[in-house]
Design a protein around this ligand. Sequence first.
Ligand SMILES: O=C(O)CCC(=O)C(=O)O
Ligand SMILES: [Fe+2]
Length: 335
Amino acid sequence: MVQLPSSLPTVDFAKFGDGSSQEAREIGRQLFTACREVGFAYLINTGIPQEQVDGMFSWSGKLFTLPMETKMKAPHPPEGRKDRGYSGIGREQVSQMVFDAEELKAIRHGKFPDFKEFFEIGNESSKRIQNIWIPEDDFPGFRAYAVNFFNTCREFQVSKLLPALAIGMDLPKDFFLHYHEDAENKVRLLHYPEAPTSVFESGEKGRIAAHTDFGTGTLLFQDDCGGLEVDSPSNPGEFMPVPPVPGTVLFNIGDFLMRWSNDTLKSTLHRVRAPPRKDGDNGVTKERFSIAYFTVADRDKTVECLPGCFGPDKPKKYEPIKAGEYLNMRLNALY
Ligand SMILES: O=C(O)CCC(=O)C(=O)O
Ligand SMILES: [Fe+2]
């Protein structure tokens, strides 16, 4: 296995091919092991072209420097489950598994607000929920580029990622594909603006509070700023840095897949903080960009405990659930 400068496992997809070889099986085992033990892995040789990732970051940079009134031509609707378009600073405060309205309100008005803005893009051909775009005249070319990027991530998800996980769990190669036909996935372009380092140190502002993702899994691309941290599997409560490594993509499991797998796979807490102060950084923490691609199961499908994840010494912990019911509960809790 390739060793990167981080304690997270790395999975190399170079030899995955169509998923039928012995090498592909080994890649699947590595992915499964990483998801079971850590819930996070660096992926390399995914086939997602680096130029396209760089290009998406460059569009994201342009997007967030647009005047506020232009960004607000594509506002995120008030309902949490209509998660498309632009959300300004303060719009979302992530919280860990809190669904009670009063409690959510308290958290939102509490300290450590996430100091971030983001733009969300879903499947262009979705019948359920439309994308919300800045008018083409105000931001020409963005829509086509973002749609293409979404499709590239989706292609990796269906041709390699989900098949590898299935093979690694001794399931038929296309097992997960049957539950992910609608592609109701989402690209989220994130921008954490620069701010005096002191406001991060005092806790007046944060970047993204500790949380788990709630879908099937997430691909995450980060710029060179740093600050992402993942809860240590061996020492819960202790967060370890997950530095950006050029040419890699991070993958992490979400709560839905953790539940589906009877908690065999781990959906791990993660957060973004201001990176540690460096000598001569003049007391300002630079801005950070990241791009997440969240994958979710088809809303109308009901999932039951995955084969191989229960047995006489491991009883099923959860009732079958419709993916849509689960996702709505989680999305509405966010805003
Ligand atoms: O910005 C990052 O690197 C992490 C973003 C994240 O965890 C999320 O949006 O769920
Ligand atoms: Fe996350």
